[in-house]
Design a protein around this ligand. Sequence first.
Ligand code: ADP
Length: 505
Amino acid sequence: MGLRGWTYSDVVGRRFVVALGGIFVALVVSYPYLPVVTDASSNLWIVLGVLVGIPGLALLYGGYQLPQSDIRPELYPTVGEWCLRGILVGLAIVIPIVLASDDPDIVGNTLLLTALGSFAGFGAGRYDARAKTRRLELQETVDQLETSNERLERHRQYTDDILDAIDDVFYVLDESGSLKRWNRSLSKVTGYTDEEISSMTVADFFDEDSDVATAAVRNGFESGSVNVEISIRTKDGDTVPFEFVGSTLEDTSGDPVLAGIGRDVTDRVERERRLKESNERLEQFAYAASHDLQEPLRMVSSYLRLLERRYSDDLDEDAREFLEFAVDGADRMRDMIYGLLAYSRVETKGEPLEPVDLNEVVGDVLEDLDVQITESGPDIEIEELPRVMGDKGQLRQVFQNLISNALEYSGNDPPQVRISAERNSSTWEVSVRDEGIGIEPDEQDRIFEVFQRLHAPDEYEGSGIGLALCERIVERHGGDIWVESEPGEGSTFSFTLPAADDRSE
Ligand code: ADP
């Protein structure tokens, strides 16, 4: 609609309305001086002044004020068009009047009717433009809603795609155990369709373990989180071990839900099973070897002793010394075999863990070590010790090894031993401290390995299995054992044990 760069809205828009008003006002002011005017009486001028001037001024003002109205600028031409229509209607009325009259005042009538027509047109135009503005706004709101709906849908699709790209199962459960949301992996793993899943509850996915699953969900909602290892039963009847973790949150309606992931742990379970099997085989081997070695060793020892008893007088000094070495070696070998036997039986021959009073355990050990204690004359200080969850017989072995080491490796001075315990949330840390020869820092890990000794047998006696046994026993109790030591200053062996709380007593 360009007219030398003018747009349609310029031609019949707001300026058009203002110009129209201006023209009417100008024409009415200059009416008596218009060359075509025949009757320029002042009465007529006043009438025209009112009936043309007021619509003219109204158009001027109305056109000027359009931006203050709620009409959209692109709809100003509607107002202009209606003004034009009003003028056309005015002109259509003028024609029969002129034809019917003998002496018509063509200019006056035309001016009057077009002014009134355009004023009425302006009113109708404003009304129409306002209605169109409303329609436009409504349309825009609808468009915006559609766009945000599309965006929302795209966003949801995007999160669905992300969740579907995860191999792990994603789930959202409500308090009744029904699935509110899940990803494609759940169908892949279980073999159920999305439609089937939508009407299932948690219990339906776990055949024999359904009680465990229901309890896990209930606990999850109570405690705020869940972590459970449980086997899924697929639609085909297969069993797949899974680990589920999750935590509670609120859904869009503010209701609590449990959301998280489930991971197929078949590989890990299989690895653990193989490791357990191989450990068991090793234990059986160590047990069988040490057990079967006892018999021939016993034979060697007893014949050596027989030799010593019966033929000692016939042997020279060297032969007697050799025999002594052989007996000594056989004795050490026996100790090692006993140690190995005990070591291989920690898991298989252990008693169930129950509350144990460590004061009693240490008391028994000190009685057992009576000979060694009398020989070395130590200063032993024992603090009040706690009750722990443990295997009494095995804990006795731990204290026996640690206390006899503390006495053995005390150096030249009389041994100073201190046994204490410190509570650390649900565990007790027990320490056996000596002021003996100490251990070099780079030897401190090695001493917990089987048959690892830092000294020659003629220097300090021992089989090198005591600390390895301690470590294995403490591990069976779910604890750790370690040493802190300064060479020449002493050593502190510490280990943790589960506390026996009131419930288990
Ligand atoms: P052993 O029967 O030789 O004592 P252990 O396994 O009990 O076997 O100890 C391994 C080694 O650790 C010992 O040979 C010794 O060198 C060192 N050791 C153990 N306890 C102490 C201690 N209290 N002070 C210094 N060294 C120690």
